[in-house]
Design a protein around this ligand. Structure first.
Ligand SMILES: Cc1cc2nc3c(=O)[nH]c(=O)nc-3n(C[C@H](O)[C@H](O)[C@H](O)COP(=O)(O)OP(=O)(O)OC[C@H]3O[C@@H](n4cnc5c(N)ncnc54)[C@H](O)[C@@H]3O)c2cc1C
Ligand code: SF4
Ligand code: SF4
Length: 1020
């Protein structure tokens, strides 16, 4: 037995504990203060009934929004029991919640929300021999599986968002994923649940032998005994099993067929299995024991292409005869959408010829690579004969007599290759979800399930329903078990759109019934599907649901209205829509930036669909989004939390003009570090950094800007002065007490080493030295722009860039005429100043670029300014075309070398060194992070590129006293990654990252820019 705790993988200290932190993750009026005081006196956890928290928990990943009574973050079962009992006594509903990634609206309610993801996320016990684990409900499946990996075990159900979603949510929704063919759903793995019942009683449910049920059941006893009595009645009901469709995946209604099957086949009453899929309506889970499966040795994949989606659907049943672990489908709507994207276009073009109607992705588990190849060969010999396969078919594989429908096929075996195939599966979704128009691809019939053999007719009829209702959708996801994700395009901001949605749902329910299916094969009932359960199962079973609910929860206080509803309070899928015909939006100001590509600022403000993708952790999700959530595990510090706050403020859910208040700025905007992680990592590309720049600008207009903000926005001028006065200017910070005085006067954290200035700037150095490659002898001419940090504080990176570029035969010039890029002003929300800088620079650079010069920058965030932010600043001005010209020819220095393979003709003699590479988040946001790694490797280094996020400095953020603790908490995540890396020395192109890394406890100096390492590797 081993036992662990604290599975979150975030830094341990709450940044709020620093006295200087001006934020408390709350804001606005506190509702029902008496209730707050009572609850707070009862529990160790935190109670938040402030406006901001309530609005942040008003939505999940669904199309619904309901402001909760308040939010509680319990720390223990005792806390949970106290809250439930208190609320039961007063008739207040309670809603248990995990990551809030549910798609049907089951995690929003007029209730006290219990958020388990913050404190109750411990892995309590692992028994590898018995293949069991015991954990609290708030642990993410990603962390659970990471902890089990060394034992070669895993929690088998694999919902796609398992790196963000939690065990309690998996139980609540009876979740499963792409490999349900192999593993089934969560119900098969919940061995025992400690729960808090509706009256606050704590008990543990585990399967009990049917013949012991009478001892436990008593219709006149306490709550638990009455529950067993109700369950006993169910077991005697012969009609229930007949009312349930014969499906591998059905999560509509209560899990009664599972209960009855377990009783009949295994002789046990499986109440934990009954809780699976009950959506928090029967009991609150506070601990769960789950069984585990071995991680497969290896996997093999086949990709089959079809001319038409219906051909692919016909092929699913015969493919299932080959016993695959997963069969996933992707139709042409999704494929064609992804062809136009920078991220997936090349991949889709390479793997799927234009005109392909659909692809099926078929995965096998295998003991070794050879077995995997044989399984694929056998499949293709049967379903796509004539395909050249890597292994010979065994000859005794399954041979179906179904007609051949696949047009062609491919296979993938190594991990990287398989990853590409799975990447294809994910390709179209971001674009589908990235629509900024009022009509969106919404989730309400998005996970219907039918027996796979009925898929062809079902899909054809579903398409006819959509045609009839004058809309369309794409069809994708888990074809193997018959679960298709279908999100029709609907505008719920209009009465007609709402009626259209309900009519489609009604017709689809008829279809589902006709084809022996279920309205939900994966995501649950929630607000979208509860009303259809009556049609799906019939009146009798619907009444049985009501009886069961009443037995568990006599006053219907646990997440009421989900799965089943009361006669006097029916759930209506058209109520509580996030965007409904009454929805109004008013940003409250005229935006400064270009928002045409986003359908205006409103399009961006409404883009977040709440999927919770920004709640991923560094160790399990990787990427950049969202560093502040990763540091503090606070919903309000995720991109979703911010997007919700902004949208709710701009649509009148918060008091008028709240978004410009000091409190809103402090709690919602200030802590966004502007890393742009979301602009890249979010499936809808929500660009919170850009929204923040707009809002901060408007705040400055209304309230004025602080001295410190103005100082940071003018950092280039200040650095010029510092450099002119160096070394005197550097001494000032060393005078005893100076740091404290600086913190008190301008709010710069006393712990931070201030940048030191060099008297000899990089620009001066270059002027004196001149170019060593004459312009007329060079194929390429580069304007190397002196960014603030390189110019005044650390010229070494600039000098190295000159050496390397010249070694590549490039003529280099360092223009004296330019000011800084405007990055600091832009980040601080001084958009007028940033625009003027952009205009000046573009006017200077564009003619030179047209004359054949390229623009190269050492500092990544400045490079991205020229490449992308200038377009936002100048996009709707007369300078737009010139900005475009500059953007197309602007590069980070390593990007420049790599893009044009300039290092190909260079000679290297690199030190025998293993480097750890931490890229800048702005480069990652623009997908330019890989360039440096390529160049360093070709120069002869071994490189460990970290899948790291933002360093936490984010320009000036980490210098600011009230943000220091947050900056450090984010930095700690990076420090751990650096410590775990095999590299001997860390390199980082970002000046801020180098400062943060230089300040880590075991660092003796700031790490170098990678261009310095490339310069060091140049052969003499
Ligand atoms: C992009 C995307 C992809 C998805 N892919 C899949 C998929 O492949 N398969 C799949 O099954 N789902 C999928 N989902 C839906 C969702 O992610 C899963 O159902 C997930 O397991 C929910 O976990 P959660 O932590 O977000 O739970 P939440 O959404 O917070 O809660 C889910 C339900 O469980 C209840 N609950 C939570 N904690 C407790 C508790 N302690 N006690 C009692 N009840 C509790 C809640 O009340 C709620 O009804 C997807 C969602 C998104 C946005
Ligand atoms: S910001 Fe993006 S990732 Fe986060 S919830 Fe919204 S859509 Fe999902
Ligand atoms: S810009 Fe960075 S910190 Fe801000 S919301 Fe996006 S990912 Fe989070």
């Amino acid at each position: 037995m081993s036992s662990e705790s604290g599975a979150s993988g975030t830094s341990s200290d709450d940044p709020r504990s620093d006295d200087r932190a001006a934020y408390d993750y709350q804001g606005g009026d506190v509702a029902r203060p008496g209730l707050v005081a009572d609850l707070q006196s009862l529990i160790d956890g935190e109670v938040r009934f402030d406006e901001y928290s309530r609005e942040q928990y008003a939505t999940d990943a669904s199309i619904y929004a309901v402001t909760p009574v308040g939010v509680v973050f319990p720390t223990s079962t005792t806390d949970v029991a106290a809250v439930v009992e208190y609320c039961a006594d007063r008739g207040i509903p309670v809603l248990p919640r995990g990551a809030g990634t549910s798609l049907a609206g089951q995690t929003v309610n007029r209730a006290v929300v219990l958020d388990f993801s913050k404190h109750m996320d411990a892995l309590l016990e692992v028994d590898a021999d018995a293949r069991r684990a015991r954990a609290q409900p708030g642990i993410t499946l990603g962390h659970l599986n990471a902890a089990l990996a060394d034992d070669g075990l895993k929690f088998a159900p694999d919902p796609a968002w398992g790196d963000k979603s939690v065990l309690g949510g998996a139980i609540g929704n009876n979740s499963t994923g792409a490999h349900s063919l192999q593993y089934g759903k969560t119900d098969a793995y919940v061995e025992a649940c400690e729960v808090v019942l509706a009256d606050g009683t704590v008990t543990t449910f585990e399967p009990v032998p049917v013949d012991e049920l009478d001892e436990l059941a008593d219709p006149d006893g306490g709550l638990e005994a009455r529950i067993y009595a109700a369950v006993r009645d169910l077991l005697d009901d012969e009609d229930i099993a007949d009312a349930y469709p014969d499906l591998k995946r059905n999560v509509s209604g209560y899990n009664l067929d599972w209960l009855i099957e377990r009783a009949r086949e295994d002789g046990v009453v499986d109440v934990p299995g009954l809780l699976a899929g009950s959506e928090g309506t029967l009991a609150v889970v506070t601990e769960a024991e789950v069984s585990l499966e071995p991680v497969p040795e290896t996997k093999a994949l086949a990709l089959l292409r079809y001319d038409d989606l219906l051909d692919a659907m016909e092929d699913v049943a015969p493919i299932l005869d080959h016993d695959p672990a997963a069969v996933e489908v992707l139709d042409d709507v999704l494929l064609d959408l992804s062809r136009d994207t920078a991220e997936f276009g090349a991949l889709v073009d390479e793997m799927v010829p234009t005109g392909t109607g659909a692809v099926l992705l078929v995965e096998f588990y295998a003991d070794d690579d050879a077995e995997g190849r044989e399984k694929v060969a056998d499949l293709l010999a049967d379903r796509a004969p004539g395909t050249e396969t890597l292994a010979e078919p065994t000859g005794d594989g399954v041979q179906t007599d179904a007609p051949i429908r696949a047009a062609s096929a491919d296979e993938a075996h190594g991990e990287d290759e398989r990853e590409q195939f799975w990447k294809l599966r994910k390709s179209g979704l971001p674009i589908l979800l990235g629509r900024t128009s009022d009509a969106k691809h919404v989730a309400f019939v998005e996970d219907t399930a039918v027996p796979p053999e009925n898929l062809p007719e079902f899909v054809a009829d579903f398409r006819a329903v959509l045609d009839e209702h004058d809309t369309y959708a794409s069809f994708y996801a888990h074809a193997g078990p018959g679960v298709l994700h279908i999100r029709p395009l609907v505008n719920t901001k209009t009465e007609a759109g709402v009626a259209q949605m309900e009519a489609i749902a009604d017709d689809v329910t008829d279809l589902v019934v006709e084809y022996g299916g279920s309205v939900s094969g994966e995501h649950g009932d929630g607000r979208a599907r509860t009303q259809w359960n009556r049609k799906l199962y019939g009146d009798d079973v619907w009444e049985t649901f009501r009886d069961l609910k009443t037995a568990f929860d006599p006053d219907w206080l646990l997440n009421p209205g989900q799965v089943v509803s009361r006669p006097d309070d029916p759930t209506d899928m058209t109520e509580h829509l996030r965007f409904d015909p009454d929805y109004e939006f008013d940003a409250g100001f005229e935006p400064e930036l270009q928002w045409d590509d986003e359908n205006g600022l409103q399009g961006m403000a409404e883009l977040c669909h709440g999927c919770g993708g920004c709640r991923g952790h560094q160790d399990t999700t990787g990427g950049v989004m969202c560093p502040t959530f990763r540091a503090a595990e606070e919903e309000s510090l995720s991109t979703r939390g911010r997007a919700n706050s902004l949208r709710r403020a701009m649509s009148g859910e918060l008091p008028e003009d709240e978004q410009f208040s000091e409190e809103f700025v402090t709690e919602v905007l200030d802590l966004c570090i502007g890393c742009k992680g979301c602009a890249h990592d979010c499936p809808s590309e929500v660009d919170m950094a850009k929204l923040k720049a707009e809002l901060t600008h408007e705040h400055h207009q209304r309230e004025g800007a602080s001295l410190r903000d103005r100082l940071f926005a003018n950092v280039d001028t200040l650095s010029a002065v510092g450099s002119a006065l160096a070394p005197l200017s550097n001494l000032a910070a060393k005078v005893p007490g100076a740091r404290t005085a600086i913190e008190k006067t301008v709010g710069i954290a006393r712990e931070r080493s201030l940048p030191t200035f060099r008297r000899g700037t990089f620009a001066k150095w270059f002027r004196k030295r001149g170019s060593h490659v004459p312009a007329d002898a060079a194929d390429r001419r580069v304007l190397l722009l002196p960014d603030t940090y390189t110019n005044y504080s650390r010229p070494e990176a600039g000098k190295a860039a000159v050496r390397v570029l010249e070694a590549a035969g490039v003529h280099v010039a360092v223009p004296a005429s330019l000011t800084d890029s405007g990055r600091a002003a832009f980040s601080k929300g001084f958009l007028g100043k940033a625009r003027e800088t952009a205009r000046t620079n573009v006017a200077d650079l564009a003619p030179r670029v047209e004359d054949g010069w390229d623009v190269v920058v050492v500092e990544p965030s400045d490079a991205v300014m020229y490449q992308s932010d200038y377009l936002d600043l100048l996009g709707d001005t007369d300078d737009a075309a010139a900005a475009e010209t500059v953007a197309e020819n602007a590069y980070g220095v390593l990007e420049y070398l790599d893009t044009h393979r300039l290092d190909a003709g260079m000679e290297f003699d690199a030190p025998d060194e293993h480097l750890t590479y931490h890229g800048h988040c702005h480069q990652k946001a623009t997908a330019k992070d890989h360039h440096a790694v390529g160049v360093l490797r070709r120069a002869g280094y071994r490189v460990d590129p970290l899948d790291s996020g933002c360093c936490g400095m984010a320009g000036s953020f980490g210098y600011e006293a009230e943000h220091y603790s947050m900056s450090r908490a984010i930095g700690e995540i990076l420090f751990e990654q650096v410590a775990d890396s095999e590299g001997e020395r860390v390199v980082a192109p970002g000046a801020s990252c180098r400062t943060q890394l230089g300040d880590r406890p075991d660092a003796d100096a700031e790490p170098p820019h990678p261009i310095e390492s490339v310069a060091d590797a140049l052969a003499e």
